[in-house]
Design a protein around this ligand. Structure first.
Ligand code: AMP
Ligand code: ZN
Length: 142
C-alpha cells in the first residue's frame, strides 16, 4: 500500500467507495465523478502506477474483471455500448497514480466521442520508421 494513494486508501477501507465487485486481487467501484451513469473503475488492490508495472497475471485478472463487468454495467444503466480504457501515465491524462481501467457506459447521442478523438495531429510515418518501431516492439515483447 502507498500511504498517500487515494485508491490504496479505498482498498484499505479508509475512504468509502461504492463497490460493485471485489476479489482477493481486484476491486471495482463507481467513479466519484462519473462521465455517465454506471462509470466504473477497476483496479488491482496492490499499488502499481502504470499498466506495465503490474505482473502479467495481475494484469490479466484486472482485464478479466473489466470484461466480466461490461455486460452487467451496460445492463444496469440500459447502455448501448461502453468505452473501456486506461489513461496510462500523466501525459495521457492519468490523474490517480494507481493504475485503473475505466468502463464508461455509452448511449446513442450521448455527445461522447471515440478514443481517436483524444489525439491531436496524426503523424506521417514512412515505411522505415514503421519498420524500426515495429522491430523494437517485437524484440522487447519477447
Ligand atoms: P484518471 O484521469 O484516469 O486518473 O481517472 C481518475 C478517476 O478517478 C477520475 O475519473 C476521478 O473522478 C476518479 N476518482 C478520484 N477520486 C476518487 C474516489 N475517491 N472515488 C472514486 N473515484 C475517484
Ligand atoms: Zn495505490
Amino acid at each position: 500500500m502507498s500511504e498517500d494513494c487515494i485508491f490504496c486508501r479505498i482498498v484499505a477501507g479508509e475512504i468509502p467507495s461504492r463497490t460493485v465487485y471485489e476479489d482477493d486481487d481486484v476491486l471495482a467501484f463507481f467513479d466519484a465523478n462519473p462521465l455517465a451513469p454506471g462509470h466504473t473503475l477497476v483496479i488491482p488492490k496492490a499499488h502499481h502506477e502504470h499498466v506495465q508495472d503490474m505482473p502479467n497475471d495481475l494484469a490479466a485478472d484486472v482485464f478479466a474483471v473489466m470484461q466480466r463487468l461490461v455486460d452487467p454495467i451496460e445492463t444496469a444503466v440500459d447502455a448501448d455500448g461502453s468505452t473501456v480504457a486506461f489513461n496510462n501515465g500523466e501525459v495521457a491524462g492519468q490523474e490517480v497514480p494507481h493504475t485503473h481501467g475505466h468502463v464508461v457506459p455509452r448511449f446513442e447521442d450521448d455527445g461522447g466521442r471515440p478514443i481517436h478523438s483524444i489525439f491531436g495531429d496524426r503523424p506521417d510515418l514512412d515505411d522505415d520508421e514503421l519498420d524500426d518501431i515495429a522491430a523494437t516492439i517485437s524484440e522487447r515483447a519477447e
